[in-house]
Design a binder for this molecule. Structure first.
Ligand code: NAD
Ligand code: UGA
Length: 457
């Protein structure tokens, strides 16, 4: 009764939302999402989804049980599928050759072998995870050394969604990229994947390319995005020294249509599971081809991010009279960006760790990410508290540091917060989202990013 059977291995931040949108938009396909993690799969079957994404529950509800299914039956999903998307995690390798830079492909290879073991018919295997360029070659080598009468075509279809806007990004993507071999079989497989997206994405936004370009474009897209943030953050340091305003500079630069105004918000630093990992991966690939200058160029994007995070903490300590021992510091936000519960590589982890090392008491508040925050800080010694109430976090604090650009922080009763804090009260706005002049008038000493501070002494 279904015209196509799609399996997706990996029910995480990418696999779950992507498949939910495909299922909602294409009731004629059966979409089966599988994962090794029982709790994750169970959560996908309830209305308490394993990840927080605005609008996602509605999409899941529209298709779940109709043509969208979640289970741990990986062999069953593979066997019945015509198309298998692979969306497992590809973290940075922590051991052996390439440790700290190369992608750890153990989960990926395990899946390839599982697909091979379970398959009884030819299939298209789609790389949805972000992978080093040339991975499709390895995948094909494993899959097609099978001694069975079946063929696998490997297609690269990297995902460009950003967390917090995943549903919108999937429903209305800037582009969808599909790379394949340029053989007749490769082109047929490419068309099959184009046909899936063509159910709702305009044809002119579906790009096709050779498989290596698609793999590499994903790493490069993330490197370029991260580079913009590091560029603007580097200039924020200069603004703080020169009475220039980073927002005014970003506006002036971004209005040049060749540059563009988006993604130029200076911040405490970028986080998220991918920018760092994908740039490290790019650096490793460049090094392995002997392109050391290229590797150093991209590495500097990460070095600038680390500088920005370190600078933020150093500034806090210096301004709070060079000691924060025993001082309560409230971190407003722990998620790596607003509208997500994800804290992977969040600058808050680094900042909290450094403040704890300086023997401050850290009070963490976040509307969605507290459970992850507890896990992230579990291994650190020191005095820490967790609360979903920002007023409680700030009570008795010497400083508030805004770490995540949650909208709710803009509309808090900042006068009430000021009254409840120790004096002098410090406010470090790591996201430049607050009304700094007003906070200064209330009595705060205010430290924006990329603008001179507003101090009462
Ligand atoms: P994730 O950790 O949230 O999800 C990966 C899932 O794969 C986990 O649930 C894990 O249990 C499962 N898994 C691992 N090995 C498995 C196996 N052998 N069989 C079945 N399931 C297995 O990761 P994610 O954030 O969804 O990222 C997945 C990939 O997509 C990564 O390569 C990432 O770089 C890329 N990506 C992520 C984003 C993002 O916003 N998070 C955006 C674009 C691309
Ligand atoms: C990013 C990319 O935007 C996606 O296209 C890509 O698919 C994804 O990585 C991935 O491969 O995982 P994501 O990390 O979810 O998406 O979120 P972003 O909106 O890119 O933000 C990343 C970090 O940069 C956040 O910490 C954010 O606060 C920070 N940021 C972003 C800034 O500091 N300034 C900005 O102007 C924009």
């Amino acid at each position: 009764m279904f015209s196509k059977r799609i399996a997706c291995i990996g029910a995480g931040y990418v696999g779950g939302p992507t498949m939910a949108v495909i299922a909602m938009k294409c009731p004629q396909y059966k979409v089966h999402v599988v994962d090794v993690s029982e709790p994750r799969i169970q959560a996908w079957q309830t209305d308490t989804l394993p990840i927080f994404e605005p609008g996602l529950l509605e999409v899941v509800r529209a298709a779940r049980g109709r043509n969208l299914f979640f289970s741990t039956d990986i062999p069953g999903a593979i066997r019945e599928a015509d198309v298998v998307f692979v969306s497992v995690n590809t973290p940075t390798k922590t051991f052996g050759e390439g440790a700290g830079k190369a992608a750890d492909l153990q989960y990926w290879e395990k899946v390839a072998r599982e697909i091979l073991r379970e398959s009884k018919s030819s299939k298209i295997v789609v790389e949805k995870s972000t992978l080093p360029v040339k991975t499709a070659q390895t995948m094909e080598n494993i899959l097609n050394a099978n001694g069975k009468e079946i063929r696998f075509e490997v297609v690269s279809n990297p995902e460009f969604l950003a967390e917090g806007t995943a549903v919108k990004d999937l429903l209305d993507p800037d582009r969808v990229l599909i790379g394949s071999r340029e053989t007749p079989e490769g082109l047929r497989a490419r068309q099959e994947i184009v046909d899936i997206y063509a159910n709702w994405v305009p044809q002119d936004r579906i790009l096709t390319s050779n498989v290596w370009s698609a793999e590499l474009s994903k790493l490069v897209a993330n490197a370029f995005l991260a580079q913009r943030i590091s560029s603007i953050n580097s200039i924020s340091a200069l603004c703080e020294k020169t009475d220039a305003s980073i927002q005014e500079v970003a506006r002036a630069v971004g209005m040049d249509t060749r540059v563009g105004g988006r993604f130029l918000n200076a911040s405490v630093g970028f986080g998220g599971s991918c920018f760092r990992k994908d740039i490290l991966n790019l650096v490793y690939i460049c090094e392995s081809y002997g392109l050391n200058e290229v590797a150093r160029y991209w590495e500097s994007v990460l070095a600038m991010n680390e500088f920005q995070e370190a600078r933020f903490v150093r500034n806090m300590i210096r301004e709070m009279f060079n000691t924060i021992v025993g001082k309560r510091i409230a971190l407003f936000g722990f998620a790596f960006k607003a509208d997500t519960s994800d804290t992977r590589e969040s600058p808050s982890i680094y900042v909290a760790r450094r403040l704890l090392e300086e023997k401050a008491c850290v009070a963490v508040t976040d509307p969605k990410a507290l459970d992850n925050a507890r896990t992230d800080l579990a291994g650190f010694a020191g005095n820490m508290e967790f609360t979903d109430d920002p007023y409680a976090a700030a009570r008795g604090a010497h400083a508030v540091a805004v770490m995540t650009e949650w909208d709710l922080y803009r509309s808090l009763d900042w006068e009430k917060i000021y009254r409840s804090m120790e004096k002098p009260a410090f406010l470090f706005d790591g996201r430049n989202i607050l009304d700094h002049a007003r906070l200064f008038d209330l009595g705060f000493n205010v430290y924006p990013i990329g603008r001179p501070p507003l101090k009462h002494f």
